[in-house]
Design a protein around this ligand. Structure first.
Ligand code: URA
Ligand code: SF4
Length: 432
């Protein structure tokens, strides 16, 4: 795998490094390690991305790095370089090496304020991150509308690959992103990369490369993770961007074992907002709230109550699935108070943007999150009351409660009360 580039590196006195693709961070890092150790000055190396005339090269995959080959460069600088490498700048690999070289040989400290290379780095990183946020918003709008499965996106920087994990989290179903330099396809279970529209107006099956093959082996391209600050969440003024931003939330430990953030679905200014507890196993896999057994029961009750699901906003108090693994089965676990609190800023932002007339709290966790006190459903259900951020609030049972009732008669009775609670909410909306 390493042959061509390594031959370049070793036999040609490291004069030229051929990167396998536009965001080949792996080969850059490997060649940088070797070149730094050999003290090859930045001006002695030419970095370029392979073209169609080259004998095909793959990224250098160098698993066992000896201690001598390791270079001690700050995480922040490496993180910025991973972002820089997505820049449109043809000199980006060379700038990245020059920065690392100068820091390594103590010619430069990262605190310097007047350095040309550092200000170039800052500009490029800023530009890539700005475009990344923009792309994520566009992708999120595309997912919410889902009028077709292909998104045409005019890229400025090479940002597609680094957003693969984001796109997979945001949409579990089939999608394709096309840009001038790259195509990216998710078929629901595997990721593929193909040539961009500038290279190939149409793409054949044989041109797609799976993530596990050659140049697209996992880790051969950067992945951008952008955990948001609370300030940023408060400033976002539209739902697609809010949902996109929530994909990288790391505010509590629930994000680790779950597949994805399951954000709310629906439009701003939906008259009714329904809030559940947290996504379940199926919601976590599908990336959509209330699609499992409780969701089916909710759908049925909504229909009987005369509520059109698509015209309501549906979300959860906690956006990641909490579970314990029992012999390979993921069993639901109630979220703790700390998870509900950590996740509240998302629900607050959804309320601010949806501006519902009525908020229906499905079960005790939703009610606790929104009312900030413990709530006994039996005592407080079935009546409209004033609530901040909407005209009215209403507490009712969680549909999964119905699934747990052992006897059919009790189930029917409770179901009928659930439908009548929802009907009360619908009538209120209609009276506004
Ligand atoms: N239960 C919930 O509270 N939310 C879902 O999305 C699914 C089940
Ligand atoms: Fe963030 Fe909520 Fe997920 Fe915790 S559960 S990581 S707060 S989105």
């Amino acid at each position: 795998m390493e042959r061509d580039q390594v031959r370049n590196l070793e036999l040609l006195d490291m004069k030229e490094v051929v990167l396998a693709h536009e965001v080949d961070f792996h080969t850059w890092r490997y060649a940088t390690r070797l070149s730094l150790r050999a003290k090859i000055p930045p001006e002695a190396i030419r970095w370029r991305v392979q073209n169609t005339n080259d004998k095909f090269v793959e990224p250098v995959f160098h698993q066992n790095i000896s201690d001598e080959e390791k270079i001690n460069i700050s995480r922040n600088l490496m993180y910025d370089i991973m972002t820089l490498i997505q820049s449109y700048d043809p000199e980006r690999f060379s700038l990245a090496y020059r920065l690392v070289y100068r820091v390594f040989y103590k010619e430069l400290t990262l605190q310097e304020t007047n350095d040309h290379d550092l200000s170039l780095l800052k500009d490029r990183v800023h530009d890539v991150l700005k475009e990344t946020h923009h792309f994520r918003k566009i992708f999120s709008e595309f997912v919410a509308l889902r009028e077709c499965q292909k998104l045409f996106y005019e890229n400025k920087n090479y940002i597609v690959e680094a957003n693969a994990d984001f796109c997979k989290a945001r949409c579990a179903q089939l999608w394709e992103v096309q840009t001038q330099y790259r195509r990216m396809l998710w078929n629901g279970s595997r990721l593929f990369f193909g040539p961009g529209t500038a290279q190939s107006p149409h793409v054949t099956k044989a041109q797609w490369r799976s993530k596990d093959e050659g140049v697209w082996h996992e880790g051969f391209y950067p992945s951008q993770v952008l955990p948001p600050s609370r300030e940023r969440v408060k400033e976002i003024d539209n739902l697609p961007e809010l949902a996109a931003t929530a994909m990288d939330c790391r505010s509590c430990e629930l994000c680790v074992p779950a597949c994805r953030t399951v954000f709310g679905v629906g439009k701003a200014l939906s008259p009714m907002m329904l809030v559940g507890e947290q996504p379940g196993d199926q919601e976590d896999k599908a990336g959509v709230p209330f699609v499992g057994p409780a969701g089916q029961l909710l759908d049925q009750a909504l229909e009987e109550a005369g509520i059109i699901r698509k015209e309501s906003y549906i979300t959860n108090a906690v956006k990641h699935f909490r579970f314990i693994d029992k012999n390979g089965r993921r069993l639901h676990q109630k979220p703790d108070e700390k998870h509900v609190m950590a996740c509240y800023p998302w629900l607050e932002a959804e309320r601010r943007l949806v501006k519902p007339k009525v908020i229906v709290m499905l079960g005790a966790t939703a009610a606790h999150s929104l009312l900030k006190r413990s709530v006994t459903i039996a005592r407080e259900r079935s009546r409209l009351f004033s609530i901040e951020g909407a005209e009215k609030g209403l507490v009712t049972i969680h549909p999964s409660y119905l699934l747990r009732l052992p006897d059919e008669r009790a189930q029917q009775q409770e179901y009928d009360r659930f439908v009548s609670d929802l009907t009360l909410a619908r009538r209120f909306v209609e009276s506004c």
